[in-house]
Design a binder for this molecule. Structure first.
Ligand code: OGA
Ligand code: NI
Length: 351
């Protein structure tokens, strides 16, 4: 087998899909970037979303708690979010069925064109970045669902229905959360409501196959999401974030029924730096495939996110340039994320 061949186009599929017994050179990280195999678990703030519908006191306390989590960690988990376990399980099961299809069932979606609304690929930028990542993924736009679902996979037959119902329900939760977050910033629950309601939902359906040498490679490199917020559903642990007390990588626990929420770059910009876009990465294991569904919520493709005027003053001067989702895609085209420059860095205004 040709180990230099990282493209997902050969008949046999990518290295991850071929069941290699070792990690080919192109996936091997420089020593300092390799993941420790004994990371501790991070203490994640837990938010009970049902409290947003209880007494005014409980609601306002929950909004304070959400704001506190966005400020301290840029990350929290939610329970009682209203999405049933059968809907979440259905999304993960239909994702698994898609990845389990023989190669012929997936080739029609294969593309390395990051501007495509539906595509199947591997790594981050397949075959382009210096180091490759041990991931296969299907990315698709999801809102408005009726505009996109027709171009999602029709096989497995349950995919559209099951991923579609999760998409609709997770978006409802995301809209509610984004309102709570803008409220926690003192911008009111309807700040940017129209832009958010007409915004984009991109779903990254990820599969990280078992890796024969998980200490040498990563599923995804350290990055923050470009979104306002991301809601993540995962089948088992593997996600890590940098601890907020120190700079150690910590494992995000997997709590049955809970979903993870990340503050993305665009909400760090809106908050003028009060809230932190969380840096995260994905580690691998040698035993089982890990599946995740990341739902990224942002404004419309060309709608620019700017720091809220209310949060800019002489003590807190404007810290970020405006940007849109398409600005992010253009950045991704021209940059190798593994070389260390992040999209968010390019937005920061040096004071
Ligand atoms: C992503 C991401 C995490 C995961 O798709 O941006 O960070 O656990 N995914 O798959
Ligand atoms: Ni991410």
């Amino acid at each position: 087998m040709d180990e230099k061949d990282t493209s997902n186009f050969p008949i046999g599929g990518s290295a991850q899909e071929r069941g290699y017994s070792h990690v080919p050179e192109c996936y091997v990280l420089p020593t300092v970037q390799r993941p420790s195999q004994q990371s501790e678990t991070v203490n994640v703030p837990m938010i009970d979303l049902s409290l947003l519908h209880q007494s005014p006191l409980e609601k306002s306390q929950t909004i304070v708690d959400i704001g506190e989590a966005c400020r301290r960690t840029g990350f929290f988990q939610i329970i009682n979010h209203g999405i049933s376990e059968s809907v979440m399980d259905g999304a993960l099961a239909s994702a698994k069925d898609f990845f389990d299809l023989p190669m012929e069932g997936k080739t029609e979606f294969m593309s390395n064109d990051i501007y495509k609304p539906v595509r199947y690929s591997t790594s981050l930028k397949d075959g382009v970045d210096k180091v490759q990542f041990w991931r296969v993924f299907l990315k698709h736009y999801a809102h408005p669902l009726e505009d996109w679902i027709g171009s999602w996979p029709h096989n497995p037959s349950r995919y559209r229905e099951e991923m579609g119902s999760y998409a609709i329900q997770v978006r409802k939760v995301a809209i509610e959360l984004m309102g709570a977050i803008t409220e926690s910033l003192g911008l009111g629950p309807t700040c940017m409501h129209e832009e958010i309601k007409d915004g984009m939902q991109v779903m990254a359906v990820n599969c990280y196959p078992p890796c024969p040498q998980p200490e040498l490679a990563l599923g995804l490199p350290p990055h923050s999401d470009y979104s306002c917020i991301t809601i993540l559903l995962q089948s088992c642990t593997g996600l890590q974030i940098v601890g907020y007390e120190d700079s150690e990588w910590r494992v995000v626990p997997q709590i049955k029924g809970a979903l993870e929420v990340h503050v993305g770059d665009h909400f760090e910009v809106l908050s003028n730096g009060l809230y932190k876009s969380v840096v995260h990465r994905v580690t691998l294991n040698s035993v089982q495939s890990r599946l995740s569904v990341a739902s990224l919520h942002s404004l419309g493709i060309d709608v620019k996110m700017a720091s809220a005027g209310e949060l800019v003053n002489e003590h807190n001067p404007k810290g970020y340039r405006e940007s849109s989702f398409s600005d992010f895609l253009n950045f991704l085209t021209d940059n190798d994320l593994t070389e260390g420059r992040s999209f968010l860095e390019t937005l920061k205004i040096k004071q």
